[in-house]
Design a protein around this ligand. Structure first.
Ligand code: UTP
Length: 230
């Protein structure tokens, strides 16, 4: 690829924390467009956020639903968000959304400045999809934007005195998150995606997407908050 391409996994909690956070999306768009002017290209993978959770909870109240079906609802939420993001970046984005990270035939060497991707199939997460896209497109770093500043040594909701981790190995991180995938689980980066990232020597930067000046610093190679896993 000619220009420097950055992969951002845009956590659903940023797009739809409760309602759709269009103010965040507007500021995110401005930052991405500024970086495009500087010559960057972006792959944006969108999560499902509250849309996924609300539909899953509603369906479970009406009938017994399987884990597979929960995942499918989640996948469709990621696709709705992907369509939303593709629409607001219409001027810059490839018209098709990637929904299968193993099938990049139409997406290699995309000419536009943005490619949007969404969920693929049950048993995975957009973290995993981001890792596969990085692997196939030969991109070494994934920026994983969610609503935490750092990975901590303990759950920060239960232990407010937890220690922030600035850099850690995949072995250390995987000891924390375990090896099992649960639909709707809330690890900073999911266990299966972590295994795949480790095997492919990828680096993942976990940072708070709400702090856009921080993301800008990171993109511009300046000091930034966040946890680097490598
Ligand atoms: P994500 O877990 O990727 O979205 O997908 P998110 O909103 O960023 O997640 P959180 O809030 O940080 O946890 C939402 C759900 O969609 C299903 C999973 O059930 C996942 O929890 N999904 C997504 C899949 O089953 N396969 C995929 O490839 C992607």
């Amino acid at each position: 690829m000619d220009k420097k391409t950055v992969i951002i996994s845009l956590g659903g909690s940023l797009i739809v924390p409760e309602e759709i956070d269009w103010k965040f999306v507007k500021k995110f768009k401005a930052l991405i467009e500024e970086q495009i002017k500087k010559g960057y290209k972006f792959i944006l993978i969108t999560g499902g956020g509250k849309t996924a959770r609300k539909y899953i909870d509603a369906a479970a109240k009406v009938d017994n639903i399987t884990d597979d079906d929960k995942d499918w609802i989640g996948i469709h939420a990621t696709r709705m968000n992907a369509h939303f993001i593709r629409t607001i970046f219409r001027k810059h984005a490839h018209p098709r959304i990637n929904k299968n990270p193993h099938d990049l035939e139409d997406f290699y060497d995309f000419k536009e400045d943005i490619l949007v991707a969404a969920g693929w199939r049950p048993g995975f997460s957009t973290d995993f999809d981001a890792v596969l896209l990085a692997k196939y497109l030969d991109i070494k770093t994934i920026i994983n934007l969610s609503n935490i500043d750092y990975v901590c040594d303990k759950d920060p909701r239960k232990f407010p005195d937890c220690k922030k981790i600035k850099e850690m190995s995949w072995a250390e991180f995987r000891k924390m998150v375990g090896n099992k995938w649960d639909p709707g689980m809330n690890a900073p980066f999911d266990p299966i995606a972590s295994k795949e990232a480790q095997e492919n020597n990828l680096e993942v930067a976990i940072m708070n997407g709400k702090n856009l000046p921080n993301l800008k610093n990171y993109l511009e190679g300046k000091k930034a908050k966040g946890t680097i896993i490598k």
